[in-house]
Design a protein around this ligand. Structure first.
Ligand code: NAD
Ligand code: ZN
Ligand code: ZN
Length: 350
């Protein structure tokens, strides 16, 4: 079969021929119906090198995936060939307490996981191929009625990651509160939808690009702000000078991190999701009193079930542009050039 593989760090991925995967005991091979192109893949192609991660190339890209059960390994029960499924992406050790409660994104023993702090498309072969090996059947969630794999695929990262970030801040988002989403791309536009679907907060979207802001507004944002030197002033003005209760930064460079803290209200949450390589000086007087600063990594399996439910009921709907596998490189080129809005999803069967 064909697969889009990252063959070495600091290179573009290549479409190459590889053997079809065969499921071992407890494993499942999925026929891929959609594999989302995440900006993290661009970081893998451009920013990473030997020694930074416990795993590395070569592997097949694509860490947000959905499809149909293709072949079951011995001992797998509760799934049928042809059944539509979404792949929960973080693959932990499966045995620690956190993995047992479905929090594999924060596995206590990542050294015993199939790829430490990685998964399919992150050290192991992912979904940018006709077939994908899923090492443990527990990573598959049946797709609810009404969800097709190509539209469900981005939910497993562009949906789940912002959902986790928003959900942990729910107590700070009562009616009358404001949330700011910096970077209204693949993750950010879904973050806006999740905020509108699950809270009564007013949502302000911040992006450099007009098309991204337009999508944010179509996704429910109450206000769109062009990112730049005036971002903080615009958010402060829109919040009566108080600042935003929750700021989610889906970029994470020096400028956006500074803006995120500048926008935050006393007692607020600032959550760093984007891995743009920035850093933020923190001291007693440099951030508003009692602001909580955190990074988040992906989300839990129970949260993924909640995301699928939101999507199946039409409460969130990622904006998807489909690409056949032989045009996957083009999707990344467009993303890098800032010419994509929403999420690009590679559909290998096209
Ligand atoms: P994307 O390319 O689809 O979207 C990024 C958006 O940010 C674009 O709309 C772009 O115009 C905008 N942007 C860039 N610079 C900006 C600035 N200075 N101010 C405001 N907006 C700006 O990317 P994505 O796939 O949504 O991923 C976003 C980030 O999240 C990436 O860094 C990615 O690696 C990271 N990520 C983190 C996790 C996690 O678990 N923490 C999971 C997935 C992705
Ligand atoms: Zn990702
Ligand atoms: Zn574990």
């Amino acid at each position: 079969m064909r697969a889009l593989r990252l063959l070495k760090w600091k290179s573009d991925p290549e479409l190459v021929e590889v053997p079809d995967p065969v499921p071992g005991p407890g494993q499942v091979v999925v026929r891929v119906g959609g594999a989302g192109a995440c900006h993290s893949d661009l970081h893998l192609m451009r920013d990473f090198e030997d020694g930074l991660l416990p795993w590395g190339p070569p592997f097949t890209l694509g860490h947000e995936n959905a499809g149909w059960v293709h072949a079951l390994g011995t001992g797998v029960t509760g799934l049928e060939e042809g059944q539509p499924v979404a792949v929960y992406g973080p693959w932990g050790c499966g045995r620690c307490v956190r993995c047992r409660i479905g929090m594999e994104n924060y596995c206590d023993d990542p050294g015993s996981a199939p790829a430490p702090m990685g998964g399919g498309g992150l050290g192991l072969d992912g979904g940018m191929a006709e077939l994908m090996l899923v090492p443990d059947a527990r990573s598959l969630l049946p797709l609810p009625d009404g969800l097709e794999p190509a539209t469900a695929a981005p939910l497993s990262d562009a949906g789940l990651t912002p959902y986790h970030a928003v959900r942990r801040s729910w107590p700070k988002l009562p009616p009358g509160s404001t949330a700011v989403v910096i970077g209204a791309g693949g993750l950010g536009h879904v973050a806006v939808q999740i905020l509108k679907a699950t809270t009564a907060a007013r949502v302000i979207a911040v992006d450099l690009r007009r098309e991204a802001l337009d999508l944010a507004v179509r996704s429910g944002a109450d206000l769109a702000v062009v990112s730049g030197e005036d971002t903080v002033a615009a958010v402060r003005e829109a919040t009566g000078g108080l600042g935003a209760d929750v700021v989610l930064d889906f970029v994470g460079n020096d400028a956006t991190l500074a803006a995120a803290v500048g926008c935050a209200r006393v007692l607020g949450d600032v959550t760093i999701v984007g891995i743009g390589g920035g850093s933020l000086p923190v001291s007693f007087f440099s951030v508003p009193y009692e602001v909580s600063l955190q990074t988040t990594y992906w989300g839990t399996r129970p949260e993924f079930a909640e995301v699928l439910d939101l999507a199946a009921r039409g409460l969130i709907r990622p904006d998807v542009t489909e690409f056949p596998l032989d045009r996957a490189q083009e999707a990344y080129r467009l993303m890098e050039a800032g010419e994509l809005t929403g999420r690009a999803v590679v559909v290998p069967g096209r």
